[in-house]
Design a protein around this ligand. Structure first.
Ligand code: ZN
Ligand code: ZN
Ligand code: ZN
Length: 292
């Protein structure tokens, strides 16, 4: 058990662990492209603490320099996204919300990089955008993809690239704890295509067998989660929507595992909210209303 005022977290496979003491200096939802492409999630909330109050307690993570001054860490075995540091703020470290053991402790208080917010994402409408960070696109759902429409995407460093053609068979936003850990973020958008509607450049991937159902693939260089494969249905492939070059072009149909979302998260949209897998159980409108 963490002590009072202490945060603990780590990766999905348990190798990399961290421990940090408060106070938490900033709590933000980041909508920037680097966070989205680097995670595979649609949204990455971060908690900032003093670097001196932070320590790695398990095995060391892998690091990727995502910009001239920014560095991200992830587990080289399972791909969990963990931390962000910036050379201009050497005394601070940002903790990826999805890597926290207790996500209830991670509630954000404001939002940044609204200019990159995915247009169909209506998240926490009562949380302000920081000055100069307001969304520039109105909230809007795109038209369904046509049969020949092609979407491209890839990891943050660009080594792994893929393309999908036509509308997906199924799509959703997953709130389960495994998707949260893997991406370090929230609202893991996914969509499934038949393999023959999918191509990739055979770029490098590392695979993590997260469950008996299939593998989660991520880039071994930048750590970005990109696709998932299914053991039972090898003819299908699941693409993480955060990696799309144009994430505004495809809106997922429903929320899945909504019962596992943090209680503070408000998703202000009209998508069906399934407590478990999409189309199982009864949709529940009381989920994801946030703190009000
Ligand atoms: Zn791991
Ligand atoms: Zn960001
Ligand atoms: Zn990469």
């Amino acid at each position: 058990m963490p002590r009072d005022g202490e945060l603990t977290g780590g990766c999905g496979c348990g190798r990399v662990r961290w421990r940090a003491k408060g106070p938490v200096l900033h709590r933000v939802h980041c909508h920037c492209v680097l966070c989205r492409k680097g995670s595979g999630a649609i949204l990455v909330p971060w908690l900032t603490v003093e670097r001196a109050e932070f320590a790695w307690t398990g095995e060391r993570p892998a690091f990727y320099r995502s910009s001239a001054k920014g560095e991200r860490s992830f587990c080289p075995v399972c791909g969990t996204k963990l931390t962000f540091t910036h050379d201009d703020s050497p005394d601070h470290i940002d903790l990826a919300l999805g890597s926290l053991d207790d996500v209830e402790a991670g509630y954000p208080l404001d939002q940044i990089h609204g200019e990159s917010r995915v247009a169909w994402l209506a998240v926490d409408p009562n949380l302000p955008f920081r000055s100069g960070h307001a969304p520039t696109r109105p909230t809007a759902n795109p038209q369904p993809l046509t049969r020949d429409e092609r979407l491209e995407g890839g990891c943050l460093c660009g080594a792994f690239r893929y393309a999908v053609t036509g509308p997906p068979l199924e799509s959703g936003l997953c709130h389960c704890s495994m998707c949260r850990r893997a991406t370090g973020g929230l609202a893991m958008g996914w969509a499934i295509w038949p393999r023959d509607r999918y191509r990739d450049n055979d770029g490098p991937t590392a695979a993590w067998a997260a469950s008996a159902y299939g593998d989660r693939l991520f880039c071994p260089t930048c750590g970005a989660s990109v696709i998932c494969s299914s053991t039972a249905q090898p003819e299908l492939i699941e693409v993480l929507l955060g990696g799309l070059d144009d994430p505004h072009a495809l809106a997922p149909e429903a929320h899945g595992f909504a019962a596992d979302a943090p209680s503070w998260l408000a998703m202000d949209d009209r998508r069906p909210r399934w407590p478990g897998p999409p189309n199982e159980g009864l949709p529940d409108d009381t989920l994801l209303r946030g703190r009000g």
